[in-house]
Ligand binder design. Structure first.
Ligand code: ZN
Length: 147
């Protein structure tokens, strides 16, 4: 009976230890999906709104909707569609800006490192120990490195 209790405990403990492992990838996937882009969500929403608009026109043509309903619903969908399109444009514009600003900062950075390495080759500093060197001297006063 004791061994059974122990086995049950081990199984239980194993279960609780392993649970997060099974759960974690799902959560990661979920957050990745959520973070995947507002753009995807908007594009889906746009498709839905356009589908609704088509249905609306169909129903109107089939006489299931009054003029007033058709106008009201149609205007609602069109407003939503234009809001979605506007937001999509905003996101795409900001993404483009991010890319160009990232590129610009990258080139700024590389320019900075270029000038930095130029300073590294500065002959007023010993290439061996980095101590300041009096111009014209042939050996480093600190480490004796020959220039
Ligand atoms: Zn030196």
């Amino acid at each position: 009976m004791v061994w059974f209790a122990c086995a049950a405990l081990v199984v239980l403990a194993g279960f609780f230890v392993l649970m997060p492992l099974f759960r974690e990838p799902k959560n990661k996937l979920g957050t990745a999906f959520a973070a995947e882009t507002e753009l995807d969500r908007l594009l889906n929403r746009k498709a839905v709104v356009y589908a609704n608009l088509k249905d609306l026109e169909l129903e109107y043509k089939m006489g299931r909707l009054s003029d007033a309903d058709f106008q009201q619903l149609g205007t609602g969908y069109k407003n939503e569609a234009s809001a979605i399109l506007y937001r999509i444009d905003q996101i795409r514009a900001s993404e483009g800006r991010d890319k160009t600003s990232a590129k610009a900062s990258a080139s700024r950075k590389s320019r900075r490192t270029e000038s930095g390495s130029g300073q590294g080759r500065d002959l007023s500093r010993c290439p061996s120990c980095g101590a300041e060197v009096i111009p014209g001297k042939k050996f480093c006063a600190d480490c004796g490195h020959r220039f």
